[in-house]
Design a protein around this ligand. Structure first.
Ligand code: TF8
Length: 335
């Protein structure tokens, strides 16, 4: 009886062993992960963190190869490479997705979020989720949002202390109609351009200025070609981590789970890291010789008034519903 039992247990163990070994259905895979900023930027640090997390969680099988400095192309080029299946992953601006899902432009309307806490709640909540899901039938998987941050103005012409100072400034904006409309309303001359072409455009005087979070102004060394920084915080800009749907659909359930969990971990790391870096950036940029000013509350109010019609235009152009939903979600985050 005992022998029989032993034998049976032995057989059971032998049968179970291979099951246990492959309990994690994970293949060795190389993941090409592209991004636009430098390796030493907040974006680069978070890609590195994601790579480490993924490796740890997959026993070294899921290997991320990061490509910074837009070496795989601009945001828009990478999105297309993901859709076609020629590249596996990327992180970039939500603003550059408007050619694929127009509703992503809603995040770019000015002065929506008051602070990062509201942004986290809305982006990680049902509203942000719904927009991520809307990418699925466009060949993309939206995994999580990272923080790019509140955007500020820089230029090489003059300090901007009031709206009128923006008059005639050739200002590079992202390739997105909301930005073009907003800055033309402010009196600037909006020039849409890929981020990868921005430094040279400022260096050669093709444009006078640009707008980005202070972390990017630091990591992309814009202080070398821009004298004036205005803390305007006009838009809270998310980054979005994307995967190729074609590629993602071929992953096992275990691989998807590992990838999704590592993505969430990278999001939490990135936000914390970016916020810490951001708090140091102003002092750094001052030291590099930038002249920095804030906008008075009265001036910010004038800007708000001036861009109100941009909201009406956005709504009239088919964005009424998504705008209403976003404003509702933001209001709920304040309760
Ligand atoms: C911009 C964005 C960029 C990001 C980055 C390339 O101004 O803020 O910094 O899209 O991922 O283009």
């Amino acid at each position: 009886m005992f022998r029989k039992l032993l034998l049976a247990t032995g057989i059971a163990a032998a049968l179970l062993a291979p099951v246990a070994a492959s309990a994690q259905d994970v293949k060795t895979r190389i993941i090409r992960f592209g991004y636009g900023l430098s390796e030493s930027s907040n974006q680069g640090r978070a890609v590195k963190y994601f790579a480490e997390e993924l490796s740890k969680r997959s026993g070294g099988k899921l290997k991320v190869k990061g490509f910074g400095d837009a070496s795989l192309g601009s945001d828009i080029q990478m999105q297309n490479a993901l859709i076609g299946g020629a590249q596996e992953m990327m992180v970039g601006s939500t603003a550059t997705l408007v050619g694929i899902v127009r509703d992503f432009g809603v995040y770019d309307l000015p002065f929506l979020f008051n602070n990062e806490k509201e942004a986290d709640a809305v982006l990680d909540g049902p509203f942000g989720e719904k927009l991520l899901k809307s990418l699925n039938d466009k060949g993309l998987v939206g995994l999580v949002y990272w923080e790019n941050g509140f955007r500020n103005l820089t230029n090489s012409k003059r300090p901007i202390t009031k709206l009128e100072d923006m008059g005639g400034i050739k200002l590079r904006v992202m390739q997105n109609p909301v930005y073009i409309d907003m800055f033309n309303r402010f009196g600037a001359n909006a020039v849409p351009l890929a981020f990868s072409e921005l430094f040279t455009a400022m260096e050669t005087g093709t444009v006078d200025g640009q707008e980005n979070p202070v972390t990017t102004i630091q990591s992309s060394k814009f202080y070398e070609v821009q004298k004036y920084l205005t803390i305007s915080r006009h838009v809270y800009s998310p980054w979005i981590m994307l995967a190729s749907k074609r590629w993602y659909d071929g992953l096992s359930a275990d691989e998807k789970k590992i990838l999704n969990e590592a993505a969430v971990a990278s999001r939490d790391f990135e936000r914390k890291d970016s916020r810490e870096a951001s708090a140091q950036s102003i002092a750094y940029l001052k030291e590099k010789g930038m002249q920095i000013n804030e906008l008075s509350p009265a001036e910010l109010e004038r800007m708000r008034e001036m861009v109100k019609p941009a909201f009406d235009k956005y709504a009239a152009d088919g964005g009424a519903e998504v705008l209403k939903d976003l404003q509702g979600a933001i209001a709920a985050s304040r309760k």
